[in-house]
Write a protein that binds this ligand. Structure first.
Ligand code: ADP
Ligand code: MG
Length: 704
């Protein structure tokens, strides 16, 4: 029966080729196995039947037992009429509404008969109704599941229009279970199951779809989550083991003159965290293995300096280093800061971006090949095919979440022995997520800000405060400070009622007229040279106000800016708000962040804004963000190609399960790093299978 899971879904009775195509398109269900793992997203207690009087619009899915009193078509145009069914029980009456599938409903439902109504109540024009409920006759056999809990399956609009809603999917699940439920092959070894007190796969799949009771359901959930996270970690950790055993890293023995000179010339002492992190990397670099380290540090924690000092270790050992930034503006800024420190020491560094002129470029290429340029700072231009190094020993990638996997692969190909890699990110990734996404990378944490930073006062404001905010801005500008104003949109949008940059800019120049005030503008749709011009205008202190979109989110350092105003702040996620706020509070002056919103806010937006006003701790905000939005949405993970597709487990909630699964994976690999022992054959087989299905944990450190 080994192939049940691979059987095409069209062979399931009641499915056939047409429905199979829809299931594949809409839900990615291709095989019996996919259907088995297509899980309910919630459960309803079937034993509970509500009376109409009890029903509230805030309720989730419920059941009612009521009599159909009338069925009416409302509206004249056959394309948009609706079906209104009035039902009553002993306690009151209520409307059921259908916009679609009307013919079918009409042919099935009879006035005067009693039905079990299942759906989600909503409020419309002050009255409670249910849109598109499921109706079954009390005598009709429902899904003959085992217990009183009934799974509710997600569906899509298109599927529902083809009559494949929750109920149809539940029926398919039942057919599948009847046919194949007894032949399910275990995917974990017997001893392992006992040791971790897991339910069998058979029990788990049965009870996740048709729970006998709440306890069985939670056992089933635990088993499936544990397994999913376990295999994810097993794959990642195995790869990491292989990598660390390959001793093909460049050995950098010593810290030498260049590092020491720069260190001694610093105008301030390193923070404890900076020292610790540099030590960790230093140990990697002389270990004989390739370093693959993620440096995580909140905005302003001083990552650039760490990157520079670590680069100098490479130079001290006769190697070159490159530091890559995601944007031109950032690359320039890094270059400016770095060359300021290196020029007096006689260490040659260079800047390479998309706008580097051909002539300069030629000289630069020469310097890289002959090794006279020791540190190269740049953008994606650094990884172009024609850029060659004499001996690249270290690559630092800043703000990695904007940097694709393929681009990194190109970087790897720049030297025979893979260079040491350090990835820097200010995205405070919660621990559970880091463990999963970067199971293959070592993580260093810069968890200390340089001393003397003043906390940023964060305030929530609405339109009615605008006058006072302008006055406050004028005060700050008079005191020599600068102001950021960030908009979520460039142009006015019909769809979204948010502030936009174009109108905002006009309003600002009206309130802050030239020549007394200078206002710069930066957004993503601008020509590069205009963007740079205005960015420099602001960075150099010649502009008082910078009107921008969230392009300035990443890394821009203007220590003299003391006010960050975020328009339509409800439009931004927590992590993004935090990154934006991090643009101020970099100097020694007191700083402010003003979150402007509309008057009406959803509960969630309000929570986000309140949290921002309460805390400045990036990790706390990231955890909250993940809780509110789910990890799939976590900013950055999608762009980086790191997003992982978890079916069952939820990283926001299942941290403890993840840790247990990770420990279990480590234990097994400790005794059998390559999973070669016979008792581990099943693990190996499952990993292979998952890889084939594209569900393995991808390893980002070893690029083939
Ligand atoms: P980020 O981690 O956000 O990239 P930066 O590297 O841009 O932070 O550093 C922010 C500011 O802090 C810079 O102006 C930098 O010169 C300064 N800085 C870095 N390390 C220290 C330190 N140990 N003491 C004081 N200031 C520091
Ligand atoms: Mg930075």
């Amino acid at each position: 029966m080994a192939d049940i899971f691979q059987t095409e879904i069209k062979f399931l009775p009641g499915v056939g080729p047409k429905r199979a195509e829809l299931l594949s398109k809409e839900l990615n269900i291709e095989t019996f196995g996919d259907l088995f793992y297509f899980l309910p997203y919630r459960y309803v207690d079937k034993s509970r039947i509500y009376s109409i009087r009890e029903v509230q619009p805030t309720m989730a899915y419920i059941q009612i037992r009521a009599l159909v009193r009338s069925i009416n078509k409302i509206g004249t145009n056959p394309h948009n009429y609706r079906l209104s069914i009035i039902v009553q029980d002993g306690t009151g009456e209520m409307e059921l509404v259908y916009f679609k599938g009307i013919k079918w409903i009409e042919s099935k439902i009879e006035v005067g008969k009693e039905y079990i109504i299942f759906g989600k109540p909503t409020e419309f024009n002050g009255r409670i109704n249910i849109v598109h409920p499921e109706l079954t006759s009390p005598t009709e056999h429902g899904i003959p599941g085992a217990g009183t809990m009934m799974g509710i399956y997600p569906s899509t609009e298109r599927l529902k229009n083809s009559n494949i809603g929750n109920k149809a999917i539940a029926k398919m699940q039942y057919t599948l279970w009847e046919r194949c439920g007894q032949g399910i092959e275990e995917t974990l070894p017997e001893d392992f199951i006992k040791e971790h007190r897991l339910a069998s796969l058979q029990f788990a799949l049965q009870n996740i779809h048709f729970p006998a009771d709440a306890l069985s359901l939670s056992k089933a959930e635990f088993r499936l989550k544990f397994e999913e996270l376990f295999y994810l970690q097993l794959g990642l950790l195995k790869q990491r083991g292989i990598r660390t055993r390959m001793s093909n890293g460049i050995i950098m023995h010593s810290v030498g003159k260049k590092f020491t000179d720069c260190y001694n010339a610093l105008p301030f002492p390193l923070t404890g965290a900076q020292k610790r992190v540099i030590k960790e990397m230093r140990a990697d670099m002389k270990s004989g293995r390739q370093m693959n380290r993620l440096l995580q540090g909140d905005v302003g924690s001083g990552k650039t300096l760490v990157a520079l000092l670590v680069s100098l270790i490479a130079c001290d050992n006769g190697y070159q280093a490159c530091i890559m930034a995601p944007t031109e503006v950032l690359a320039q800024q890094h270059y400016k800061n770095i060359s300021k420190m290196l020029d007096p020491l006689g260490i040659r560094c260079a800047l390479l971006t998309g706008s580097t002129k051909t002539k300069e470029r030629r000289a630069l290429h020469q310097g890289l090949v002959d090794g006279t340029i020791e540190i190269l700072v740049g953008t994606h231009a650094v990884i172009e095919d024609n850029v060659e190094f004499k001996n690249l020993g270290l690559a630092v990638i800043d703000e990695q979440h904007r940097f694709g996997v393929e681009q990194r692969a190109k970087l790897w190909s720049k030297s025979q022995v893979p260079p040491h890699i350090m990835v820097m990110t200010a995205t405070p990734i919660p621990r559970t997520l880091a463990m999963t996404l970067y199971g293959d990378l070592d993580v260093s944490l810069l968890d200390e800000l340089p001393p003397g930073r003043k906390p940023i006062t964060t305030l929530h404001a609405t339109e009615s405060h605008r006058g006072r905010i302008y006055a406050f801005m004028k005060e700050q500008i008079k005191a020599g400070r600068q102001v950021f104003i960030v908009y979520p949109l460039i142009k006015e949008s019909e769809k979204m009622d948010y502030q936009n940059l174009e109108e905002g800019y006009l309003r600002i120049v009206e309130q802050f007229p030239a020549p007394e005030y200078v206002t710069a503008v930066v957004h993503g749709k601008q020509k590069n040279e205009n963007k740079e011009h205005d960015m420099n205008l602001f960075a150099s202190g010649r502009a008082h106000i910078l009107v921008a979109t969230s392009v300035i989110e990443v890394g821009v350092d203007v220590p003299n800016a003391s006010v960050m105003i975020i328009e339509s702040a409800e439009r931004f996620g927590l992590s993004q708000l935090h990154q934006l706020r991090g643009r101020v509070g970099r100097g020694s002056e007191r700083s402010y962040c003003i979150l402007m919103t509309g008057y009406k806010l959803s509960k969630e937006s309000r929570e986000r804004i309140e949290l921002m006003c309460q805390t400045q701790d990036g990790f706390q905000l990231a955890e909250a963000d993940m809780r509110m939005r789910g990890p799939g949405d976590l900013e950055g993970t999608v762009q980086s190609g790191l997003a992982i597709d978890l079916h069952i487990a939820n990283l926001a909630k299942d941290g403890p399960v993840l840790e247990e699964a990770r420990r279990a994976a480590m234990e097994i690999l400790d005794n059998d790093p390559l999973l070669e022992k016979p008792q581990n054959a099943l693990f190996q087989k499952q990993l292979k299978l998952l890889r084939k299905q594209g569900k393995e944990a991808r390893d980002y450190s070893v690029i083939s």
